[in-house]
Structure formats: C-alpha cells, structure tokens
Design a protein around this ligand. Structure first.
Ligand SMILES: *Cc1c(COP(=O)(O)O)cnc(C)c1O
Length: 367
C-alpha cells in the first residue's frame, strides 16, 4: 500500500497532538539521472569521496556478524574517542548520527512546553526534534553576515528554557562562532541550562580563534558537544555520532538512546576511520581548498556569499532560491533550496564545483 492509499483509511487511533506541529524533514534530493552529463547530488553535505579501502575491508569483515546485536555499550569506539579527545569514557555517549544524539538530548531535558533556543535559519532538524518532544523552538534570527547573534540568544532565555543550541559552523549558512564569543556566552548561560555545541563540520574549520568546544565542556558541566562521522569521515549512511558531556549528561543520553542503535558495522567503521584519519584529512584539506576557490569565484561574479567554515556554500538570495535551484537542476546539479531564503550547495567533486560556478555566473547575467 502506498502512503496515499493509506490516507483514505479512517482510524480512531489517537496520535499525540504535538505531532501536528512537527515539520517534515526535507532531505536533499538525489540528482536526476542524465545521459548527456554526470549528475551530482550536492544537496546533503555528504562527502563526495568513496569509502577508504581500509574502512571498506572492516565493514566487509564485520558483515559476517550481523546476526548478532552490537555491543550496546559501544565500548571500543567510546574508548577510542575518549583517548582522542582526552576525556573520560564516561563523558561520551553515542547515537544513530548526531541527529539521533540530539533527539536523546531533547528527550533527556525537555517536557512539553519547555523551550529550546536556537538560531534561525539553522539546521532544519532542530525544530523537528524539539517539536517531537512537545517542546517549543525559540528562534533567534542570524545577523546580516549569516552569523549567530549570541547576545540575542542569551536574551531569549526564559524560565522555560532547558537547552540552547549553537550550530558552529552554522548549517546552512556557513559561518562559525569564535572561541572568544562562545566562551563569553557559555559563562553567561545559567548552569541548569544545557548548551549544545553542534560541531558537525568541525573538521572543515580554518578560521582564526576557532572554538575549543571540548575545552569549554571540560570547564562547564552544562556544555555538551555534538560530533558526527557523517561529514568529514564520510560515514553518513552508517549513522554514527556522539556527544561529549559531563558524566551525568552522558549517562542521561545513554538512557534515552535507541537500544543497540549503533550497529557493529558502524562502530568498527568509525574506529577504522579514526585509524585512517591522516588519509581522511588529506580529503578534508582538498575540500577546504575547493571551498575557498568556489567562494572566491562566486564573489568575483558579484554574489554575496557569506564566510563558510564547512563543506558547503550559502546563496542568500531570497525569492530567487527556487529559480536558482531549478537552473542548477537543469545543469545536472541537485542543490538544497530553502524557499524564500536561500540555497545551500555542497562542495564536492571538482567538476561539480566548476559547473556550479558556471551556472551561478549564467544565473547572475540572465536578462
Ligand atoms: C549533518 C549534520 C549533523 C549530523 O547528522 P548525522 O545525524 O550525524 O548524520 C548534525 N548537525 C548538523 C548541523 C548537520 O548539518
């Protein structure tokens, strides 16, 4: 039965009222197949490089164990992360991608009617995860450079606030907050409110005064840092992310996790990726160099592209978002438009990046 057919079937099942306020997640579209040219999906900030051979080997070997449940405590990966980050293993909690971990955070902190302060526009999963808990997103607009306004976010805190999320670098707009700003902000947030620092793109950050979020966590038990293997590590399809927080917070996140959510394949692939960090870092550096090249070329064309510290660029073009995305689609590029606001484009293969610059140039000089 398709979803449409299902909708004609009446039911007396009572669903939570909160569900009506949960926005649908619009995933980046796959690129429409083309016979005339290579189509590229540059709509989900995925890593364009195929898995490393060493990681694939581990995945293949581990496939023979899929009749078994994974290690629920994620012991080996947790130990490796703790060592790499110089924190105690008790401070780490894993989940099915960092979006999964964010769901664990909200489930652990928010009752219906509680508030979560975050920037907007920011990661579109935030309002979904918050609304699912029956909690309220308090949206704080970005400044004219597409950056978080941390003072305004601080001013938005009320008696109902349980969580504040700082997305740095910010998806989909690109800039990061500085360590100085973030440290000052964390100092001022009341100790009972959890400050989530979402660092999904941390490996791509090259700015001066970049945040040391794990350092801030060590000094402030109400800080929790979110990281993922989906972006720089190229494991988006395996769903593994983690949080670094105080032992109490990390324990709460283990309680609210999907049991056995992180598969053995994902756990071992993540360890193999940590082992292969040097190889992955070369790829990250290439993507960062491509990002700088694309941003410079677009600015030369006259586009006002904000600073990007991640693996994507943001076109803040308002009403032109859908027409520009359509022009990209015509050229075989599936990008991510946010209607009335802008378009986010992932930095990917050189050919995809070149084609983006070409389409963007044509779009600007259209009659
Ligand atoms: C991609 C992304 C994530 C990570 O998603 P996973 O669930 O780990 O795949 C988290 N936060 C932001 C801002 C992202 O863009």
């Amino acid at each position: 039965m398709t979803l449409d057919e299902e909708s004609t079937q009446t039911t007396a099942v009572r669903l939570r009222a909160a569900l009506t306020r949960v926005p649908a997640y619009k995933a980046g579209k796959p690129a429409a197949p083309r016979t005339d040219l290579t189509a590229y999906k540059i709509s989900s900030n995925e890593n364009p490089y195929p898995p490393l051979p060493s990681v694939l080997d581990v995945v293949r070997e581990t496939a023979t164990e899929m009749n078994r449940y994974p290690d629920m405590a994620v012991t080996d990966l947790t130990g490796r992360l703790a060592e790499a980050l110089d924190v105690a293993p008790e401070c780490i909690a894993t989940g099915t991608g960092s979006v999964g971990v964010l769901g664990q955070i909200i489930a652990a902190t928010c009752d219906p009617g509680d508030e979560v302060v975050h920037a907007w526009r920011s990661f579109e999963a935030y309002p979904i995860v918050v609304a699912l808990a029956g909690a309220e997103s308090v949206l704080v607009g970005l400044d004219d450079q597409q950056r978080h306004r941390l003072d305004a976010m601080h001013a938005a805190i009320t008696d109902r606030t349980r969580v504040v999320i700082v997305c740095t670098p910010n998806n989909p707009t690109g800039p990061g907050v500085t360590h100085t700003e973030l440290a000052r902000f964390v100092e001022r947030v009341p100790e009972h409110i959890l400050v989530v620092i979402d660092e999904a793109y941390v490996e791509f950050v090259t700015m001066d005064d970049a945040p040391d979020a794990v350092g801030l966590q060590r000094a402030h038990p109400n800080v929790v840092v979110l990281r993922t293997f989906s972006k720089a590590y190229g494991l988006a399809g395996l769903r593994v992310g983690y949080a670094v927080g105080s032992p109490l917070v990390a324990e709460a996140l283990r309680k609210t996790a999907v049991p056995f959510g992180v598969s053995t394949i994902a756990q071992r692939a993540a360890i193999a990726s940590l082992d292969a960090f040097d190889e992955l870092e070369v790829r990250v550096k290439d993507l960062v160099a491509e990002r700088e090249r694309v941003v410079a070329a677009l600015r030369d064309q006259g586009w006002e592209i904000p600073d990007s510290q991640a693996n994507f660029v943001w076109f803040p073009i308002g009403e032109d978002a859908l027409p520009f995305a359509a022009a990209c689609a015509d050229a075989g590029l599936s990008v991510r438009p946010f209607e009335g606001d802008g378009v986010r484009v992932t930095i990917a293969e050189t050919e995809a990046n070149d084609r983006l610059v070409e389409v963007a140039g044509q779009f600007r000089s259209r009659p």
